[in-house]
Design a protein around this ligand. Structure first.
Ligand code: PGA
Length: 249
């Protein structure tokens, strides 16, 4: 019922020249994908990638979005600016933003609301640290993050956005959550959505897994009921690897 969505988070990788090369190589490899395919390049690459993917089934995503329309926010980018370039998705609240750039549940919520107001679909990231997992508080952590991120968003809009469950200890480490653990925690996130917005919304909202997802483990992760796609870091930087993830069987 939910169409899977696989998004590449390039993080701070790829010059504009490299970005164009990557998507040109990627486009023919993913043209028959059954899932939604998204690439999220650094902001400076967006206009080049927008042009290179025009006429393909690849959609453009940003890695962040500011909550204000415009103004004195040096270094930030508004949803209106992204929209003007053809950006359809924006990652919000990635753990690297939370960890290194002071992102909080409150700013994540503000950014998500600004994206939605502009017609951009937020990909809202939640996930526990290793310490939190070892202390047995994973479910509580992702529930609090999810409810806070979705505060004051309309039910219908929640149904149409994307959540990425990314255990921090699995990001860039080569350690993937087991398919059972990923599925169980995504179920907890879906239950949190249901608690606030009801069954219909929780049945429709797409929840990805992220954290060392790659061509080898994608099929087993995607075989799980609750997992509706992936947010892919390292394996999204090579056309061959990313296309294998997108074309999982
Ligand atoms: P990874 O990153 O696939 O390199 O673990 C995922 C992410 O941070 O979105």
């Amino acid at each position: 019922m939910r169409k899977p969505i696989i998004a590449g988070n390039w993080k701070m990788n790829m010059t504009p020249t490299e970005a164009i090369e990557l998507v040109r190589a990627l486009a023919p490899l993913v043209k028959d994908a059954k899932c939604d395919v998204v690439v999220c390049p650094p902001a400076i690459d967006l206009s080049f990638v927008a042009e290179a993917i025009s006429g393909t089934n690849i959609k453009l995503g940003a890695q962040n979005v500011h909550w204000a329309d415009k103004g004195a926010y040096t270094g930030e980018i508004s949803a209106k600016m992204l929209l003007d370039l053809g950006v359809k998705y924006a990652i919000v609240g990635h753990s690297e933003r939370r960890q290194y750039f002071g992102e909080t549940d409150e700013t994540v919520n503000m950014r998500a609301k600004a994206a939605i107001a502009a017609g951009i679909t937020p990909i809202i990231c939640v996930g526990e640290s290793l310490e939190q997992r070892e202390n047995g508080v994973t479910d509580a952590v992702v529930t609090v993050q999810t409810v806070a991120a979705l505060k004051d968003i309309e039910a219908e809009q929640v149904a149409n956005l994307v959540i990425a469950y990314e255990p921090i200890w699995a990001i860039g480490t080569g350690k993937t959550a087991t398919k059972e653990d990923a599925n169980a925690t995504i179920k907890v996130i879906r239950d949190a959505v249901r608690g606030v917005f009801g069954q219909n919304v929780s049945d429709r909202v797409r929840i990805q897994y992220g954290g060392s997802m790659n061509p080898k483990n994608v099929s087993e992760l995607m075989s799980m009921d609750e997992i509706d796609g992936g947010l892919i870091g390292g394996a999204s930087l090579k056309a061959d690897d990313f296309s294998k993830v997108v074309n999982y069987q």
